[in-house]
Design a protein around this ligand. Sequence first.
Ligand code: MN
Length: 135
Amino acid sequence: MTARILLIEDNPQNRYLTRFLLEQRGHTILQAETGPEGLELAATARPDLILLDIQLPGMDGHAVARALKSDPHLRTIPIIAVTSYAMVGDREQCLAAGAEGYIEKPINPESFVAEVERFLLPSPKGIVHDARVDR
Ligand code: MN
């Protein structure tokens, strides 16, 4: 199954790699470079999934996630936080802000698409949980 995925990321190299990997698998990528631009695109395009960089200038990823989850029209779209913080508690902060998933940078081209596609499966919660336990 292919999806329309919104990528909110300010780093051009990360945008390029992410888009390349996902388009190779037939997904359509919409791109925003800032939080406000991402929120606008989410509202107009209604993507199937949002990949959200946390380190964004101005409005950071946590604020973007909270804004998405406080909007009744957008809150059902799964969010995957993509972050290079790799600090204790970072994952929990992202999940607390409303993200359903968390992927650490640098992006691993071998596993990235499979990790993203887990969130496109039907009844994501249970299946995602099982998939993680298996690793
Ligand atoms: Mn960034």
